[in-house]
Design a protein around this ligand. Structure first.
Ligand code: SAH
Length: 255
């Protein structure tokens, strides 16, 4: 019996074996690896073939878990039933680890925010997401889709847009195209500014992305007793024009 696809869980099962293999091949590997949302195991089968990968899996759907337990050997102790977003990753992986998955699209942004929370433990992520999300994450400053996740992820990761996957490769086909991206931790160990404040500023600035940054950031500047900085030229720009380094410099102005 196959797993019946449930919309609420973002279930679109990849049916194209070539694409599945290409996703698994994209992982540099050599690390303990967590597969998020294995479903019926289309990626899992190739991951299990790789001797350099010690695999664990987290799947929220009971029916998929049962499917995996009956169709794959050695799932005991590797496969967990539960919500990735609630996982205490530091308990599961005391050392560094990689993440791979054909992610449930309804929570893909939350998955990446969680990766950011654990950035120093996660050197590599290979994931399939909605094409637009992949583009946004990989986008450089100046583009209309450059946003919060682009800045925050690019601060810590090199992002590669690897390839596009048409909706015909899935059952049931999603309404949108998909794409596979790879995140590789860059060499940065610190930002050179307060990290929490950096996040707040990026999120606040993009909260009104069409406005000059003076608007959204004014309350924060006032609250920090920094009204004088608001006349600087950078505050006349829009957030989408600023690189990671620009946001770092901007954050320094608030400290
Ligand atoms: N990897 C499979 C399935 C992709 S669909 C394939 O490529 O065919 C996304 C999968 O993520 C589904 O199996 C869904 O049940 C699972 N999922 C959805 N939300 C989840 C969550 N919060 N934590 C873990 N798995 C989740």
């Amino acid at each position: 019996m196959e797993v019946r696809a449930k919309k609420a869980l973002g279930q679109h099962f990849l049916t194209d074996q070539k694409v599945a293999r290409a996703i698994v091949d994209a992982l540099h590997g050599g690390l303990p690896t967590l597969e998020v949302g294995p479903g019926m195991g289309v990626l899992t089968q190739y991951l299990l073939e790789r001797p350099d990968i010690d695999l664990k899996l987290i799947e929220i759907d009971t029916e998929s878990v049962e499917y995996l337990l009956t169709h794959f050997q050695g799932m005991q102790g590797k496969l967990m039933e539960g919500d990735f977003l609630r996982l205490r990753l530091e308990k599961l992986f005391p050392e560094k680890f990689a993440i791979i998955g054909n992610f449930p699209y309804n929570i893909s942004s939350q998955i990446f925010f969680k990766v950011l929370d654990y950035k120093d433990s996660i050197p590599e992520v290979v994931g399939m997401v909605q094409k637009e999300v992949a583009e946004r994450i990989a986008e450089k400053p100046g583009s209309k889709t450059y946003g919060i996740l682009s800045v925050l992820l690019q601060a810590w990761y090199d992002i590669e847009y690897l390839f596009t996957v048409g909706s015909g490769c899935f059952a049931p086909p999603p309404k949108v195209e998909s794409a596979v991206i790879r995140l590789t931790r860059n060499g940065r160990t610190e930002l050179g500014c307060d990290e929490t404040l950096f996040k707040t500023i990026v999120k606040t600035a993009f909260g009104q992305r069409r406005k000059m940054m003076r608007n959204p950031l004014k309350p924060l500047a006032l609250a920090r007793g920094k009204a004088d900085i608001l006349s600087l030229p950078v505050f006349s720009e829009r957030p989408e024009q600023l690189s990671v380094e620009d946001f770092v410099e901007l954050t320094q102005l608030f400290s």
